[in-house]
Design a protein around this ligand. Sequence first.
Ligand code: AMP
Length: 189
Amino acid sequence: MRLILLGPPGVGKGTQAKILVGRLGIPQLSTGDILRGAIAQKTAMGLAAKEIMDRGDLVSDDIVVGIVSERLDAPDCKPGFILDGFPRTVPQADALGKMLEQKGLRLDAVVAITAEEGTLVARVAKRANETGGARADDNAEVARKRLEVYRELTEPLIAYYKGKGLLKTVDGMAPVDDVTAAIVHALGA
Ligand code: AMP
Protein backbone atom coordinates (compact mmCIF):
# COMPACT_ATOMS: atom_id res chain seq x y z
CA MET A 1 0.00 0.00 0.00
CA ARG A 2 1.41 3.38 -1.04
CA LEU A 3 -0.20 6.14 0.91
CA ILE A 4 -0.01 9.88 1.55
CA LEU A 5 -1.28 11.42 4.79
CA LEU A 6 -2.26 15.01 4.13
CA GLY A 7 -3.37 17.63 6.62
CA PRO A 8 -2.46 20.76 8.55
CA PRO A 9 0.25 20.85 11.23
CA GLY A 10 -0.98 19.38 14.50
CA VAL A 11 -3.82 17.37 12.95
CA GLY A 12 -2.25 14.05 13.94
CA LYS A 13 -0.55 12.85 10.74
CA GLY A 14 2.54 11.67 12.63
CA THR A 15 0.49 9.94 15.33
CA GLN A 16 -1.65 8.13 12.78
CA ALA A 17 1.32 7.27 10.57
CA LYS A 18 3.07 5.58 13.52
CA ILE A 19 -0.03 3.52 14.33
CA LEU A 20 -0.51 2.57 10.67
CA VAL A 21 3.11 1.36 10.46
CA GLY A 22 2.14 -1.41 12.90
CA ARG A 23 -1.22 -2.08 11.27
CA LEU A 24 -0.11 -2.13 7.66
CA GLY A 25 3.49 -3.29 8.05
CA ILE A 26 4.91 -0.50 5.90
CA PRO A 27 7.30 2.30 6.94
CA GLN A 28 6.46 5.90 7.78
CA LEU A 29 8.37 8.34 5.67
CA SER A 30 8.35 11.70 7.42
CA THR A 31 10.34 14.43 5.67
CA GLY A 32 10.11 16.47 8.91
CA ASP A 33 11.71 13.62 10.91
CA ILE A 34 14.43 13.14 8.27
CA LEU A 35 15.18 16.89 8.28
CA ARG A 36 15.28 16.97 12.12
CA GLY A 37 17.68 14.02 11.97
CA ALA A 38 19.91 15.97 9.57
CA ILE A 39 19.85 18.96 11.94
CA ALA A 40 20.79 16.74 14.90
CA GLN A 41 23.69 15.31 12.91
CA LYS A 42 24.71 18.82 11.80
CA THR A 43 24.93 17.80 8.14
CA ALA A 44 25.15 20.55 5.48
CA MET A 45 21.51 19.91 4.61
CA GLY A 46 20.51 20.10 8.27
CA LEU A 47 22.37 23.35 8.79
CA ALA A 48 20.68 24.86 5.73
CA ALA A 49 17.22 23.64 6.80
CA LYS A 50 17.30 24.60 10.47
CA GLU A 51 16.65 28.32 10.19
CA ILE A 52 13.88 27.78 7.62
CA MET A 53 12.16 25.16 9.78
CA ASP A 54 12.51 27.19 12.98
CA ARG A 55 10.54 30.05 11.45
CA GLY A 56 7.84 27.74 10.06
CA ASP A 57 8.64 28.09 6.36
CA LEU A 58 9.09 25.26 3.90
CA VAL A 59 12.45 23.84 2.94
CA SER A 60 13.06 23.97 -0.83
CA ASP A 61 11.22 21.51 -3.04
CA ASP A 62 14.53 20.24 -4.48
CA ILE A 63 15.82 19.22 -1.06
CA VAL A 64 12.74 17.31 0.05
CA VAL A 65 12.17 15.71 -3.36
CA GLY A 66 15.77 14.46 -3.21
CA ILE A 67 15.23 13.08 0.29
CA VAL A 68 12.08 11.21 -0.72
CA SER A 69 13.47 9.87 -3.98
CA GLU A 70 16.43 8.36 -2.15
CA ARG A 71 14.31 7.00 0.70
CA LEU A 72 11.83 5.30 -1.64
CA ASP A 73 14.66 3.18 -3.06
CA ALA A 74 15.35 1.58 0.34
CA PRO A 75 14.35 -2.10 0.56
CA ASP A 76 11.84 -1.51 3.39
CA CYS A 77 9.73 0.60 1.00
CA LYS A 78 9.21 -2.34 -1.37
CA PRO A 79 5.84 -3.39 0.15
CA GLY A 80 4.71 0.23 0.36
CA PHE A 81 5.07 3.36 2.47
CA ILE A 82 3.21 6.08 4.33
CA LEU A 83 4.27 9.56 3.29
CA ASP A 84 3.81 11.92 6.24
CA GLY A 85 4.47 15.61 5.54
CA PHE A 86 5.28 15.15 1.87
CA PRO A 87 4.22 16.38 -0.64
CA ARG A 88 3.53 19.85 0.74
CA THR A 89 3.37 21.85 -2.51
CA VAL A 90 1.99 21.23 -5.99
CA PRO A 91 5.52 21.08 -7.49
CA GLN A 92 6.42 18.42 -4.88
CA ALA A 93 3.30 16.45 -5.82
CA ASP A 94 4.20 16.70 -9.52
CA ALA A 95 7.75 15.57 -8.73
CA LEU A 96 6.42 12.64 -6.69
CA GLY A 97 4.15 11.62 -9.57
CA LYS A 98 7.09 11.63 -12.01
CA MET A 99 9.34 9.83 -9.53
CA LEU A 100 6.82 7.04 -8.93
CA GLU A 101 6.19 6.69 -12.65
CA GLN A 102 9.92 6.29 -13.26
CA LYS A 103 10.10 3.65 -10.55
CA GLY A 104 7.04 1.90 -12.02
CA LEU A 105 4.95 2.54 -8.88
CA ARG A 106 1.47 3.92 -8.29
CA LEU A 107 -0.15 5.66 -5.31
CA ASP A 108 -3.07 3.81 -3.75
CA ALA A 109 -4.63 6.64 -1.76
CA VAL A 110 -4.25 10.10 -0.29
CA VAL A 111 -5.92 10.47 3.11
CA ALA A 112 -6.72 14.05 4.08
CA ILE A 113 -7.12 14.39 7.85
CA THR A 114 -9.22 17.45 8.62
CA ALA A 115 -9.71 19.58 11.75
CA GLU A 116 -11.10 22.93 12.79
CA GLU A 117 -8.32 25.46 12.47
CA GLY A 118 -8.88 26.89 15.95
CA THR A 119 -7.91 23.61 17.59
CA LEU A 120 -4.65 23.16 15.70
CA VAL A 121 -2.55 25.92 17.28
CA ALA A 122 -3.67 24.63 20.70
CA ARG A 123 -2.68 21.06 19.75
CA VAL A 124 0.78 22.15 18.65
CA ALA A 125 1.20 24.10 21.91
CA LYS A 126 0.16 20.95 23.81
CA ARG A 127 2.76 18.90 21.92
CA ALA A 128 5.38 21.51 22.84
CA ASN A 129 4.49 21.05 26.52
CA GLU A 130 4.47 17.26 26.34
CA THR A 131 7.82 17.05 24.57
CA GLY A 132 9.48 19.69 26.71
CA GLY A 133 9.90 21.96 23.69
CA ALA A 134 11.95 19.36 21.79
CA ARG A 135 10.85 20.88 18.51
CA ALA A 136 12.02 24.45 17.96
CA ASP A 137 9.02 25.05 15.67
CA ASP A 138 6.41 24.04 18.29
CA ASN A 139 5.28 27.36 19.68
CA ALA A 140 2.13 29.39 19.07
CA GLU A 141 3.71 32.01 16.81
CA VAL A 142 5.47 29.52 14.55
CA ALA A 143 2.40 27.23 14.65
CA ARG A 144 0.30 30.07 13.21
CA LYS A 145 2.92 30.66 10.52
CA ARG A 146 2.94 26.95 9.65
CA LEU A 147 -0.85 27.02 9.35
CA GLU A 148 -0.64 29.98 6.97
CA VAL A 149 1.95 28.16 4.87
CA TYR A 150 -0.30 25.07 4.91
CA ARG A 151 -3.32 27.04 3.70
CA GLU A 152 -1.41 28.76 0.93
CA LEU A 153 0.84 25.99 -0.39
CA THR A 154 -0.38 22.60 0.84
CA GLU A 155 -4.17 22.80 0.97
CA PRO A 156 -4.39 22.99 -2.86
CA LEU A 157 -3.20 19.38 -2.85
CA ILE A 158 -6.63 18.31 -1.62
CA ALA A 159 -8.20 19.40 -4.92
CA TYR A 160 -5.14 18.10 -6.79
CA TYR A 161 -5.56 14.55 -5.51
CA LYS A 162 -9.36 14.71 -5.61
CA GLY A 163 -8.96 15.42 -9.32
CA LYS A 164 -6.88 12.25 -9.61
CA GLY A 165 -9.59 10.23 -7.86
CA LEU A 166 -7.25 9.33 -4.98
CA LEU A 167 -8.61 11.44 -2.13
CA LYS A 168 -10.22 10.05 1.03
CA THR A 169 -11.21 12.44 3.82
CA VAL A 170 -11.21 11.59 7.51
CA ASP A 171 -12.31 13.72 10.49
CA GLY A 172 -9.22 14.34 12.62
CA MET A 173 -11.22 15.82 15.53
CA ALA A 174 -12.31 12.36 16.71
CA PRO A 175 -10.33 10.37 19.33
CA VAL A 176 -7.06 8.88 18.02
CA ASP A 177 -8.40 5.29 17.77
CA ASP A 178 -11.49 6.44 15.90
CA VAL A 179 -9.38 8.37 13.42
CA THR A 180 -7.26 5.25 12.83
CA ALA A 181 -10.41 3.17 12.33
CA ALA A 182 -11.76 5.72 9.86
CA ILE A 183 -8.51 5.69 7.89
CA VAL A 184 -8.37 1.89 7.78
CA HIS A 185 -12.02 1.84 6.69
CA ALA A 186 -11.41 4.47 4.00
CA LEU A 187 -8.51 2.40 2.67
CA GLY A 188 -10.52 -0.78 2.70
CA ALA A 189 -7.45 -2.25 4.44
P1 AMP B 1 6.68 18.31 9.98
O1 AMP B 1 7.44 17.47 10.93
O2 AMP B 1 6.09 17.53 8.83
O3 AMP B 1 5.66 19.18 10.65
O4 AMP B 1 7.74 19.30 9.31
C1 AMP B 1 8.47 20.24 10.07
C2 AMP B 1 9.12 21.26 9.16
O5 AMP B 1 10.02 20.59 8.26
C3 AMP B 1 8.16 22.01 8.25
O6 AMP B 1 7.57 23.13 8.89
C4 AMP B 1 9.10 22.42 7.12
O7 AMP B 1 9.94 23.50 7.50
C5 AMP B 1 9.99 21.19 6.99
N1 AMP B 1 9.40 20.23 6.04
C6 AMP B 1 8.96 18.97 6.33
N2 AMP B 1 8.47 18.38 5.22
C7 AMP B 1 8.60 19.28 4.21
C8 AMP B 1 8.25 19.28 2.84
N3 AMP B 1 7.66 18.23 2.27
N4 AMP B 1 8.52 20.40 2.12
C9 AMP B 1 9.13 21.46 2.68
N5 AMP B 1 9.46 21.54 3.97
C10 AMP B 1 9.20 20.46 4.74
